[in-house]
Design a protein around this ligand. Structure first.
Ligand SMILES: [Zn+2]
Ligand SMILES: [Zn+2]
Length: 174
């Protein structure tokens, strides 16, 4: 897969620098893409909804800078805050053409009552990042359960599918 645009990672708020380092390494490896870290964005209080203790994903996504002129840059925002999108109780991430956003909040094993597991946490972050970047490139959901573009209804779906594209999705990108 040599067709990936350059990816720019944007930490939003106080994202753990370790997570950004993981993503830089892992995305570079799995997508053979050039990945760099851009200037962080402050967490905007406008997107916080007190009554649900969550941030509006669509609002946060629109704060990310616009993609490069020729679609040659994909921007990926990363936040540790819990996200929702109107009509959905929560989202792991969200994307539009050229821009993607993921939340690490629901990817932590501790949230599901199991012990801290860095390897699993890192794997989930990569999976959700690749999924949203796939959308940012224009890929729709894929019905193949082992494909990263399969829809994740809950964390078990994320763990099952992993960060790899199926043959068909890979061909659509290439
Ligand atoms: Zn999706
Ligand atoms: Zn697929």
């Amino acid at each position: 897969m040599a067709a990936w645009p350059k990816i720019v990672l944007i930490p939003i708020g106080h994202e753990d620098p370790m997570v950004v380092t993981w993503l830089k390494e892992d995305l570079q490896k799995i997508l053979s893409a050039s990945v760099k870290e851009g200037p962080p964005l402050p967490l905007s209080p406008h997107h916080f909804r007190k009554e649900r203790n969550q941030y509006n994903a669509d609002g946060m996504l629109s704060d990310l800078s616009s993609p490069g002129q020729n679609g040659d840059i994909l921007t990926l925002g990363i936040t540790e805050k819990d996200l929702f999108s109107p009509g959905l109780n929560f989202v792991f991430g969200i994307a539009t053409m050229g821009r993607a956003l993921i939340s690490t909040f629901r990817l932590r094993p501790e949230l599901y009552g199991i012990p801290h597991n860095q390897k699993l946490f890192r794997w989930r972050i990569l999976t959700e990042a690749v999924h949203e970047l796939g959308h940012a490139l224009g890929l729709p959901h894929c019905e193949y359960p082992g494909c990263v573009m399969n829809f994740s209804n809950w964390i078990g779906d994320t763990d099952r599918k992993g960060p790899e594209f199926c043959y068909r999705c890979r061909r659509r990108i290439g």
